[in-house]
Design a protein around this ligand. Structure first.
Ligand SMILES: [Fe+2]
Ligand SMILES: [Fe+2]
Length: 234
């Protein structure tokens, strides 16, 4: 982590909070959360949460994060998704999720500071300007969530999402910048050009940065090949 984050974390270190949550507590929470994803679409389904949990284990340990905070935050980070979908995007799932989580974490055997941090992690994981991740755990969750949108899984999710909204495989006649989102031209390639290829530069942790750059290289190679094959050159 950079020095700004180090300063913020002066009084909040993982060493002060060794991981204590019993496995049973986490699995009970997991079943509760899973049920909220029954109607979710494939590109944002329950298995995304599980992948983010696994990435958080890897990045969180490398960054020496508070794993209790991180495990709970990763499990709960997208619980507000169905509220955003039901409101056609007018509600922010990160804010909704943090609201919903207050009740769900109330009785967990964690310190108040840890619970506050969990809510902050959920609220800031989307990072659209108003809420910046400003604890180590929030930074790790942010990176893990974005890393699941790139690499081979990211490419697969991009095309899955395009399929869900009825988009074409590719449209070489319209520049990605000129395509409307949620239209038939909202293709996997458009998603890559406008969003996915920028993700690696927004990583907040060293471990996240190194995972992201590896996945980025694969994605670049994939789309180069995709365009060549599409044109009959590959
Ligand atoms: Fe999210
Ligand atoms: Fe997510």
């Amino acid at each position: 982590m950079g020095s700004r984050m180090d300063a913020l974390l002066k009084s909040y270190t993982a060493a002060a909070y060794p991981a204590i949550l019993p496995e049973g507590t986490l699995s009970a929470l997991q079943s509760q959360v899973k049920s909220l994803f029954e109607a979710a679409r494939g590109s944002h389904a329950w298995d995304h949460t599980l992948r983010v949990c696994r990435l958080c284990e890897k990045i969180g340990r490398a960054e020496k994060a508070d794993m209790d905070v991180l495990r709970v935050a990763a499990l709960l980070h997208d619980i507000g998704r169905f509220r955003q979908d039901n409101a056609n995007g007018r509600l922010c799932h990160a804010h909704q999720g943090a609201e919903m989580a207050v009740e769900m974490i109330r009785d967990l055997p964690l310190a108040d500071g840890q619970k506050q941090n969990i809510l902050h992690c959920i609220r800031s994981h989307r990072f659209r300007g108003d809420r910046v991740p400003d604890t180590l755990e929030a930074a790790v969750l942010f990176d893990a969530d974005k890393i699941d949108a790139i690499g081979a899984v990211g490419v697969a999710r991009a095309f899955l999402f395009a399929g869900e909204i009825g988009a074409r495989l590719h449209n070489p006649d319209v520049r990605p910048e000129d395509c409307r989102p949620y239209s038939e031209d909202d293709t996997g390639y458009r998603e890559y050009r406008l969003k996915l290829r920028k993700i690696k530069d927004g990583m907040l942790t060293d471990a996240g940065r190194s995972l992201a750059s590896e996945r980025h290289r694969f994605m670049e190679e994939f789309f180069e090949r995709f365009l060549n094959e599409y044109e009959g050159k590959g």
